[in-house]
Design a protein around this ligand. Structure first.
Ligand code: 0PR
Length: 379
């Protein structure tokens, strides 16, 4: 069947491309991905051949990493950080470093039940025990309860989330930092989704909590391929000090620099360059404007959905809209919407569906979506 025919391969690509949803059409409403900035696409393609694990042959990789680490790190008052392939790699590396620097503690991680599943994945890979604090998926973890768990389980690490996957909840990072200092625990803050929203929305008065590398925070992850408009894969993992960053590196004598940092080996260097290019093009101001636009659009959607009597609609904290239907189970509604070519995600902890208002989502998409839901519910 595979006979080495470039025309057949092209035909296959064309066909696949025409069937693949595109963010700009308004059908991708649930995913935390977006259409990358045009300069990101250009940069990625131009540097498609470079290995991000080889900063000696391709010094642009190091330069690009320094640009984004410095630029985005400035938002959180942190200077040490590394490029990763996204939130999952960042979470795995953070816990790996946490374990290395906290060897005398129990091989346990404590975290609210609202954490991203990549924390479960990290613990499975590392053979550590994950103790989840049951929380209301719409509320941050209570610091007093977090303290009780730390005292009881003596974990090597605690993970909290700044912008949960299923509802955009912001855990109390500052208070968790105080506890981490008090008990000598490694604290990782997963801000993969919220990192490029919270500082801006706080500054502009939409939310009352800020996000920074508060005292006691050991690491903080922020994804550029979510609200940073960079092509996939692109994440950042910041550390409170250089020593922690060094723990994320492995000796590899045959490599040009004798070491390799992060989980991946050979990796898309074009993605690092693209992220830096997008950051330079948009600037902090561009990210701030985006955050405000997304939040306003999310309120717009909230108001539209509230008008449908058969929906239960939760007020967005960050630009994530969560709702459930009184007529259909969330799984049924998920399927009905997919049949109509609208892709939302599930918020299983709330038996609800989730729309993430990403930078590509415009009001026209939201109006269309509201109308589809009205039709489905006969209103
Ligand atoms: N942390 C948080 C808070 C997240 O929401 C996500 C992704 C990650 C970490 C992992 O990031 P990467 O996908 O870049 O590794 N959440 C995405 C979403 O909810 C994507 C996702 C969804 C990833 C489900 C895995 C998954 O099982 O759309």
């Amino acid at each position: 069947m595979y006979i080495g025919d470039i025309n057949k391969a092209r035909e296959w690509l064309e066909k696949a491309f025409s069937k693949t949803p595109n963010h700009l059409e308004g059908s991708i409403l649930g995913s935390m991905t977006t259409m990358p900035h045009e300069l990101g696409v250009e940069a990625f393609l131009r540097f498609i051949h470079i290995n991000g694990n080889d900063p000696m042959v391709f010094p642009i990789v190091k330069e690009a990493e320094e640009i984004i680490v410095k630029g985005i790190g400035g938002l959180f008052d942190v200077e040490h950080g590394m490029y990763t392939s996204g939130g999952t790699e960042s979470n795995i590396m953070a816990l790996y470093v946490g374990r290395r620097v906290n060897k005398d503690k129990e091989n346990t991680v404590v975290a609210p039940s609202s954490i991203h599943r990549s924390i479960d994945k990290a613990c499975l890979l590392m053979g550590c025990k994950l103790v989840k604090i049951p929380v209301d998926p719409l509320k941050p973890v209570d610091p007093a309860i977090l303290e009780e768990y730390i005292r009881l389980y003596k974990p090597f690490a605690v993970v909290v989330t700044a912008g949960t996957t299923e509802a955009g909840v912001i855990d109390p990072v500052k208070e968790a930092g105080e506890l981490a200092e008090k008990y000598g625990v490694y604290l990782h803050v997963d801000a993969a989704y919220g990192g490029l929203l919270i500082p801006f929305l706080y500054r502009r008065g939409y939310i009352t909590v800020d996000l920074r590398m508060f005292p006691g925070v050991s690491s903080l992850s922020v994804d550029m391929h979510k609200n940073g408009c960079a092509p996939i894969p692109s994440g950042l993992l910041f550390f409170s000090n250089r020593g922690f960053l060094e723990q994320a590196c492995f000796d590899m004598e045959y490599m040009p620099l004798g070491k390799s940092c992060g989980l991946l080996g050979t990796r898309p260097g074009g993605a690092v360059v693209a992220s830096a290019a997008v950051f330079m093009a948009m600037g902090i101001k561009g990210y701030e404007e985006n955050a405000v636009k997304m939040m306003e659009n999310s309120y717009y959607l909230y108001n539209g959905l509230k008008n449908i009597p058969e929906l239960v609609v939760f007020k967005p904290i960050l630009p994530i809209n969560v709702f459930r239907s009184l007529r259909y189970s969330y799984i049924e509604l998920f399927k009905v919407l997919a049949e109509k070519g609208v892709y939302v995600y599930k918020s299983p902890s709330l038996h609800a569906l989730r729309v993430v208002v990403m930078p590509h989502v415009i009001r026209e998409h939201l109006d269309k979506f509201i109308n589809i839901l009205k039709l489905i519910h006969g209103s």
